[in-house]
Design a protein around this ligand. Structure first.
Ligand SMILES: [Cu+2]
Length: 218
């Protein structure tokens, strides 16, 4: 049972009790008489509960609002770090994501969902995909990637001693290309509209050998 429900139950019980006691008081002359301390205790308990749950309930709401703000803040940070990553070709990991998720869980159930919904539009602006070269063959680890429209970054890992890179191509025209590397990591970043693109290795012969795939942007 949620704090909110308990708050309303206690509040309603308090109102009903007050009405009942007043009604009896009007009809019965000797009331409250001996039961006065019991009635007083009952009211003190109810008022105590209502106040406690009321305070807890407002704390819940404040927490939910705080986590909502935190989640939105983390998303903005993530977007910033993604674009930095693109410029530097670095591999800073978006650790913020996990933190934001944890905080959202701590908040109220209904409002945490809302926080997730609000954070999405900010996330749509930038996305990061992971791609790796096969350590022993001329191939990537996948031939199909998909993401949302906006700034798309492909973090590429090449564990092989053979040179590879990643280029993003549309209708035979290269839009962006990473460095050519052996045994290391790099990345390539480009703004993409919804559509179908090709990602490929531009080292001669590699794409023809199968080192290419389809990048679908929704
Ligand atoms: Cu290659």
């Amino acid at each position: 049972m949620s704090v909110e429900t308990l708050f309303y139950i206690c509040g309603s019980a308090l109102v009903v009790s007050a009405l009942v006691v007043s009604a009896i008081g009007l009809k019965v002359r000797t009331f409250p008489g001996k039961v006065a301390p019991l009635i007083a205790l009952w009211f003190i308990a109810l008022i105590g509960c209502t106040t406690t749950f009321g305070v807890l309930h407002s704390q819940d709401e404040a927490e939910a609002r705080a986590s909502e703000l935190a989640a939105a803040g983390e998303e903005v940070e993530k977007v910033d770090s993604d674009s930095l990553e693109a410029e530097e070709g670095g591999e800073a990991e978006a650790g913020g994501e996990a933190e934001a998720g944890g905080e959202a869980e701590a908040g109220g159930e209904a409002e945490a969902g809302e926080a997730g919904g609000e954070a999405k539009p900010a996330g749509a602006a930038a996305s990061t995909l992971k791609l790796a070269a096969d350590p022993s063959e001329i191939a990537y680890d996948t031939t199909s990637l998909s993401t949302k429209a906006g700034n798309v970054t492909i973090d590429f890992t090449n564990p092989a001693p053979i040179e590879h890179d990643v280029a993003i191509e549309e209708g035979g025209k290269i839009l962006a290309k990473s460095e050519t590397i052996t045994d290391g990591k790099t990345s390539v970043s480009v703004d993409l509209k919804p559509g179908s693109y090709t990602f490929l290795c531009t080292v001669p012969g590699h794409a023809e050998a199968g080192m290419e795939g389809t990048l679908t942007v929704r």
